[in-house]
Design a protein around this ligand. Structure first.
Ligand code: IMP
Length: 204
């Protein structure tokens, strides 16, 4: 069976991707599982696309298998796309969700509150062919945090068509409409094509 190595070390992401791709004939492995857990890539690109491609290319140099990497962020219309690629360190302290949310609320005062989460996945196949998939979830930002689930900007973000924040929803509902889910659905389609080609070739 062909193998796909994920550049993320985040167990939730690995499990989510495994679940969504479970019926495809591909073995999903984290980089730890092929002994590359220590690979760290500096995310210094100026777009989600360049950061995810940079991470995927760094991993591909070290393995013959297919690889994928992802990068996500929150893009606020009235802030010209901020926090964008700086989403995890918007408040100045990497991974500090509370500070990031406070900073966002301060910068949004009296502004239009529409925004979108974007997620980009870069996939590189065994031959070095590159594919980039994007998922978008549009919504708007609350004036104060609501809910205790999820992570990051979830307590402030209400997706279009809903009245609850991502942090108030169940894990299942959020993950059925999220930007990440939509990008993984795109990945699924591309992979199904790649794996189907192999089946066609081997059945001839
Ligand atoms: P990552 O590239 O998926 O690690 O996301 C980078 C940052 O974007 C996170 O640290 C969060 O601040 C923000 N972010 C991405 N996806 C989500 C989400 O689903 N909910 C809330 N915040 C998110």
């Amino acid at each position: 069976m062909r193998k796909l190595v994920l550049s993320t070390s985040n167990k939730n992401k690995v499990n989510e991707i495994r679940e969504i791709l479970k019926d495809l004939p591909v073995e999903i492995l984290s980089k730890e599982e092929i002994g590359l857990g220590r690979l760290e890539v500096v995310e210094d690109g100026d777009t989600l696309e360049s950061n995810s491609l940079k991470k995927a290319r760094a991993l591909k140099e070290l393995t013959p298998y297919m690889v994928m990497a992802d990068d996500s962020g929150l893009f606020v219309d009235a802030l010209n796309g901020e926090p964008g690629i700086y989403s995890s360190r918007y408040g100045g302290d990497d991974g500090n969700d509370k500070l990031n949310n406070e900073t966002l609320l301060r910068n949004l005062k009296d502004k239009d509150r529409t925004a979108a989460f974007r997620s980009v996945i870069a996939l590189i196949d065994e031959n070095g062919n590159e594919y980039v998939m994007q998922g978008i979830c549009r919504g708007s930002l609350l004036e104060e945090e609501k809910g205790s689930g999820g992570f990051g900007y979830d307590p402030l973000f209400v997706p279009e068509g809903y009245h609850e924040s991502f942090a108030e929803m169940s894990y299942e509902v959020k993950n059925s409409i999220s930007h990440r889910r939509r990008a993984i659905d795109g990945l699924r389609e591309v992979l199904a094509g790649l794996l189907g080609e192999e089946n066609e070739n081997t059945s001839r």
